[in-house]
Design a binder for this molecule. Structure first.
Ligand code: PEP
Ligand code: MG
Length: 595
């Protein structure tokens, strides 16, 4: 939705416009726009061997399938635009969809790969140029318009093939605001918060990994802004209000002043929160609640230490595999993990094995696995690791070695069966034996071995899993996604993503109690753990360990310190009797307001 602003503008500049999306990372960023080009800088060119041509054709087919998915998604999104714009964009996207669904461009590229043995990017570029030249020679206005469509689609295919993995954010002016159709978690990993002030995109949901990364980097972000790229241009002033979910283009002087004032209020609030660092995380009735940190990138360790976290409750090791074309060696992984373990100075670090797959395939693994039709339900996380036992053994070896430098626990993502835990444990034992044979220094004893509870079936069988492992970490992000069948990264269904759905709460309660019965540690490390609105309810359910982005930790601590556990438990009992999540939300709100 776009609304015209009322602020005064000078004759040359465009009037202010406010666009609405999903505010996924709170805060206000103001700065010059950096629009991520839908084009590409340099197309790689090489000649394939005969044997490689078949694989290359497959790679191209995947890029075409991805383009089709992207275009369908964009088309669905365009429905929320005002009528005239929706019609115009939908017409254009239909033309693009027709091209990727078997046009001369696609056939020509396939022929150039098999017959001329050009690599796919080069084949797209060559075929695109040949078609454009032919159309131009025909001197026909209709065909001339089609040239642009072919170039747009060709550009999209090349981008998908290159996988846009090397975004050069490092050269941007300070305080830049990135505006793009889509930003992947790998792109986000390259953003330096000292240089980038915030970002906004057309695609993406509130609980996807891009949103999580934005929160952990403290970058204000708004995702799912339908018509974001229609009126932006490089260098224009942009405000990203990650709290309200708004992007303001060409703000008037009055609007700028208003947002600068709000930014100052937020900074003052932050300074106030810092007074909590030195205080213990205990409830009003003196029950300790451990507050640990989730981290996605090694440099976040400074923020973790700064807020005084009780440890790392979730280290997502995916970063080790991102933005590169090869796989990290054991030594390389060990060095990075060791740095983190040493940085935590004796506090527990929970190392999760690779949680990658589906749409998130690392480029070094990409050629070996296809994303499948349902990436979230496909070959990802522990399933992929068990399919590639060498990869898992290498990770385990690096983790065991890092365990020589401080306490670590090992955590398996997306576990669905007991068999997976047993097979993973065998691989861990093998890695330990191999290190012992090599006389390599490692953890004095095998680290605690835990399971993520993030699949409803795993939560329901929590008693059985508790007998097989040493601790549970409950991931609310995937648990909600799979329980309610809502894609956590899709802005179109973001409104249906409901942490307070009774089914979700029952699964949390069920697995918490299974952990209590088995006397194994239990923590919550999904995004619910970092949202102070839910702190009292989680404490009321008996949870005493929460792990979250360091940026959320002090706010949650503030909440912990005013909660009485008996009152929280009583309220949780009432909540667990409800069947309607809006009633649950009201019960939580009332309880929080009275704190
Ligand atoms: C979760 O699913 O809640 C979780 C913590 O893991 P991730 O967000 O990395 O999938
Ligand atoms: Mg998960």
């Amino acid at each position: 939705m776009r609304t015209k602003g009322t602020g005064a503008t000078d004759g040359a500049s465009l009037p202010e416009a406010t666009l609405t999306g999903l505010g996924v990372s709170a805060g206000i960023a103001i700065g010059p726009a950096h629009v991520v080009e839908t084009g590409f800088a340099q197309v790689p060119e090489y000649v394939l061997t005969q044997a490689a041509a078949e694989d290359e054709k497959q790679r191209f087919t995947e890029a075409v399938a991805k383009a089709r998915r992207q275009l369908r998604k964009l088309k669905a999104k365009s429905a929320s635009l005002p009528d005239a714009a929706a019609e115009e964009i939908s017409y254009l996207l239909d033309a693009h969809l027709a091209i990727v669904s078997g046009s001369r461009l696609i056939r020509g590229v396939e022929r150039r790969i098999t017959e001329e043995r050009l690599n796919a990017e080069w084949a797209v570029q060559t075929e695109m140029t040949a078609i454009a030249q032919q159309f131009a020679a025909m001197d026909d206005a209709y065909l001339a318009a089609r040239i642009q469509d072919i170039r747009d689609v060709g550009g999209r295919l090349i981008r998908n093939l290159i996988d846009r993995q090397f975004q050069a954010y490092s050269t941007l002016p300070a305080d830049s605001i990135i505006l793009a159709e889509e930003i992947t978690p790998a792109d986000t990993a390259l953003m330096d918060p000292k240089r980038i002030a915030g970002f906004a995109t057309t695609m993406g949901g509130a609980e996807g990994h891009t949103a999580i990364m934005a929160r952990s980097l403290g970058l204000p972000a708004v995702l799912g802004v339908a018509d974001l790229l229609r009126r932006v241009h490089a260098g224009q002033t942009v405000i990203v209000d990650g709290t309200a979910g708004q992007v303001i283009l060409d703000p008037s002087a009055e609007t700028l002043e208003h947002y600068e004032a709000r930014r100052a209020v937020l900074a003052a609030e932050q300074a106030q929160l810092r007074t909590l660092i030195a205080l213990p995380s205990t409830t009003r009735d003196d029950i300790p609640v451990a507050l640990a940190a989730n981290i996605e990138l090694p440099h976040e360790i400074a923020a973790v230490v700064d807020v005084g976290a009780d440890g790392i409750g979730l280290l997502r090791t995916e970063f080790l595999f991102m933005n590169r074309d090869d796989l990290p060696t054991e030594q390389e992984q060990y060095e990075v993990l060791r740095g983190i373990v040493e940085g935590m100075d004796g506090k527990m670090v929970t190392l999760r094995t690779l949680d990658i797959g589906g749409e998130k395939l690392a480029s070094a693994l990409g050629p070996r696995f296809s994303p499948g039709n349902n990436p979230a339900l496909g070959l990802r996380a522990i399933r992929l690791s068990l399919r590639e036992p060498k990869l898992l053994e290498t990770q385990f070896a690096a983790m065991l070695r890092a365990g020589a430098h401080g306490p670590v626990r090992i955590l398996l993502p997306m576990v669905a069966t007991i068999g997976e835990v047993r097979r993973a444990r065998e691989i861990l034992n093998r890695a330990a034996r191999r290190l012992a044979r090599r006389r390599v220094r490692m953890a004095p004893s095998l680290p605690p071995f835990g399971v993520m509870i993030e699949i409803p079936g795993t939560a329901l069988a929590a008693d059985a899993f508790a007998r097989e492992c040493d601790f549970f970490a409950l991931g609310t992000n995937d648990l909600i996604q799979y329980t309610l069948a809502i894609d956590r990264g899709d802005e179109q269904v973001a409104g249906l993503y409901d942490p307070l759905h009774p089914a979700v709460l029952r699964l949390i309660q069920f697995s918490t109690q299974a952990a209590f019965r088995a006397r194994i540690p239990f923590s919550v490390c999904g995004e619910m753990a970092g949202d102070p609105r839910y702190t009292a309810m989680l404490i009321g359910l008996g949870i005493r360990e929460l792990s979250m982005t360091p940026a959320a930790l002090l706010r949650v601590k503030g909440r912990v310190r005013v909660i009485d556990t008996i009152a929280a438990r009583r309220r949780a009992d009432v909540i667990m009797d409800q069947s309607d999540s809006s009633r649950i939300a009201t019960l939580i709100e009332d309880f929080n307001e009275a704190l």
